[in-house]
Design a protein around this ligand. Structure first.
Ligand code: NAG
Ligand code: NAG
Ligand code: NAG
Ligand code: NAG
Length: 210
């Protein structure tokens, strides 16, 4: 009996771990990666999310089941933004907020160090993206986060998408209607990598990209 309980516990932990880490990860079943609750990208043969961002039809969500877009909310693969764990919630790719009794504490929001991303499954909150930590929450859930990024930059032009190890996209910031705002763009298939030095899409993979 104890043994069976132990096995069940291990299975539950394994399942929780699975459902927590499904943003920006290529699914073997769909060959797609969910990049937000309702959006996904195709994957390369070496399991790198790439190309345009597709949006699921209304009232469906990105899942890792064969259908890609599913109306079953239990199958949502990437919905980790602003969800409190025991102590904190990831609020963006590289930002987090502290939680109290299951709710985000207003104004208690922080940024990870440069090069780090927020992962719900880490006790250290932030981990190095270069060593394989995958953000558990994506920017795509909120146009406001891209706007905030450009507000911080306060400069027009293209910037590498923060903490994106695949280097497949960039943020174009612009000043419009007396405010900074931006849009996310994907590099084209012929030039799939955004170079953080030349600030254009290139066909050669920069050394810091996976
Ligand atoms: C993405 O995959 C779908 C098939 O699942 C395909 O129809 C589409 O052309 C692919 N997009 C690109 C840009 O390769
Ligand atoms: C999906 O929802 C959007 C916004 O609510 C609406 O503009 C659009 O017409 C809907 N599309 C379909 C196919 O129902
Ligand atoms: C939280 O931030 C808002 C806007 O910056 C401010 O108006 C408010 O007073 C802050 N609340 C606390 C508790 O610090
Ligand atoms: C920024 O752009 C998005 C989409 O283009 C729009 O929904 C949003 O309202 C804009 N934000 C501001 C502050 O203009």
């Amino acid at each position: 009996m104890l043994r069976r309980l132990l096995i069940l516990g291990v299975l539950l932990v394994a399942q929780v771990g699975f459902s927590q880490a499904n943003c920006n990860i290529c699914s073997s079943a769909t060959k797609k990666a969910c990049v937000s609750k309702t959006q996904y990208q195709n994957c390369t043969t070496d399991d790198r999310p790439t190309g345009p961002i597709y949006t699921c039809p209304n009232n469906t969500y990105c899942s890792v089941t064969a259908a890609v877009c599913s109306a079953t909310t239990a199958e949502i693969a990437c919905a980790e933004c602003n969800q409190c764990g025991d102590y904190f919630a990831c609020t963006g790719t590289s930002s987090f907020a502290l939680c109290f009794q299951g709710s985000v504490i207003p104004n208690a929001t922080y940024s990870c160090n440069p090069g780090q991303v927020c992962s719900k499954s880490l006790t250290t909150i932030c981990g190095d993206s270069a060593t394989g930590t995958v953000p558990s929450c994506s920017y795509y859930d909120s146009a406001a986060e891209v706007g905030n990024f450009c507000l911080t930059k306060a400069s027009a032009g293209r910037f590498p998408y923060p903490n994106d190890p695949s280097c497949s996209r960039y943020i174009n910031c612009f000043y419009k209607g007396s405010a900074w705002n931006g849009t996310v763009w994907n590099c084209p298939t012929a030039k799939p990598y955004f170079s953080s030095t030349s600030l254009i899409c290139t066909s050669t993979k920069p050394t810091n990209c996976t």
